[in-house]
Design a protein around this ligand. Sequence first.
Ligand SMILES: [Zn+2]
Length: 535
Amino acid sequence: MILIRGAEVYDPAHAFSGQIRDLWVDGERIAPAPPEFGTPEVIDGSGTILGPAGVEIHTHVAGYGLNAARRSLIGDPALLDLLTPSAETAAQRYLALGYTTVFDAASSPLMARLTADDLKRMAGLDRGTFTQLGDHRLLLQSLASGDLQEMRDTLAWLLSVAGGYAVKLVNPGGGIAWKGGQPAPGLDEPIGLGNLTQRGIIQILVRLVNEMSLPHPVHLHAGWLGRPGNAAAFCETARALEGQRAHLCHIQFYSYGQDKNSSFTSAAEQVVRCLQEYPQITCDVGQVLFGTAMAISFDTSSISYLQKATGKSWISRQLEGEGGTNVLPLSYQAKNASSAVQWAVGLELLLRFPDPTRLFLTTDHPNGAPFTAYPQVIEWLMSRPARQEMLKRSHPAGIHKTGLAGIEREFSLDEIFAMTSWGPAKALGLTDRGHLGAGALADLRCYRKQADLKAMFSHPAWVMRRGRVVVQEGTPLEQDPGEILTVHPSWDQDRMRTIYRGLSKLVTVRPEDYALGVDRDRQISREVPCASTMS
Ligand SMILES: [Zn+2]
């Protein structure tokens, strides 16, 4: 047994907010204090802050998009390493920051093998990927047909054969429209498959996924990403969910108003007000930081729009029977009005949103910034002077066109752990982590208390995974292989003939080789049961 003695303990799930308390670890899990203890291994926690390890809900660290992005960064090794590190390096950096569970935000079935190979290399973490199905013709055809059982079987099979953990929808129907030379459809325009609309796709799939009790609900990347004035359309999408459980990702990119010159203004207040009406919805922020970033996204319509706006070269790969995946270099400059507003909007959303167990810290790595910037964002949330200082150094639009300057709130450590551990763990249906209750996985992070918050969160004193210290003072120690988390909802085997017949008309890959293929390697993958009870 291990006894961690005398640390300030933070556990928002159990209302511990900095009390000095002993924590017991037995094997891989947190244990109640034993009635008798012989000679446990003691870790001295005095002068430290102890809480559950971080849980990443939205990042891009695996699969084809990363390789495409690396091609456009050839010639700048430092940037390449910062924005598109290898899968192994990304895993090590997450561990060093105190994160032990990491989800890659999108992989489509035809790209599943490359993603799976990358995930296998991310030892030391629990990790997984979400399967992008928002432009999958076979699935959308079944939706258009209206046959509920066929939809359910097709969805379950696709998710399982692609090795996914959850269903990702990226501007659903937009990729099909783009291939047809059409602008991305609004919520209620037919996408070109009968009467099926984006609203229809979202509503049917959100309901199906919740009925199937997948651990994580539909992870939705809405339409109109990154455009001035998109907040109204975004709120309309949130309302289209009709109060059902769902996750809306990188909402900073959808929280814009516009002034009379069609320039960005903040609509953070309006978006927060709208989201508060739907307690079943969780979100992550997609914070922007000043510097070079990289768009990696299946949202061809939006990336093509951004490409025209920036004039930079992009790489767009379109897939048969699915949408496409795209990369585009981005630059956010402190002295640029749009960038300053985008930076302020992310912080404004986090600071205005009252419940940190529903809106999580992400940078949509590397779309807004590398994930290694989290400690800097935490400092801005916890210290008003720190963010005011940055605000002063950025374009005046950050002050005049957003509400950030007037916000007094400073996050507590409690709220930081809620936003980076317990909240995302719960949203992912992984209630075995993100908290310190007896029986929870002993995945912990410990910081030495200091006034410099950015330095403190950048360098944990130690990080524990499954009851073993895996990083000590920044030095990686022996690590376990970790697990790849997947779901395997069941489907009617009689449906396979229909699925194979449909697939053979859409792709040149043999149906039995499609996605991970029938002989996929499940060695280190662990199936998470479809019995989520979280709300
Ligand atoms: Zn993303």
